[in-house]
Design a protein around this ligand. Sequence first.
Ligand SMILES: [Zn+2]
Length: 111
Amino acid sequence: MLIRTRDDQSRLHRRQCVACGYSGRFVDRAAQESCPRCQCDFSVRPPMSYAEMEGFEARDLEAARARRMRALDTPAATEWRLVERWLAFLFAVAVVGIAVIATGVALLVPH
Ligand SMILES: [Zn+2]
């Protein structure tokens, strides 16, 4: 027979780093960006409790989203989004340019 104590219950709901299992008080702080023990990036792998990992409890989506938004706000991420936008623009210009040239060639070639 399995006897559950109050300590088992709190352990089920205590968040921990999913990479190393660290469950100290820094894990649950919303401003904590990475695990103080193993430097696991909490914006990529947010800390979870056993109950959350097993699906018995809804994940703390608000905290996870706040971490993701902070990760998106880094200068490198902003710069990369700008590069992606420029590449998309150049691709669109190239597609339209090729279409215009192909149409011109098709109209100029005698049938
Ligand atoms: Zn860790």
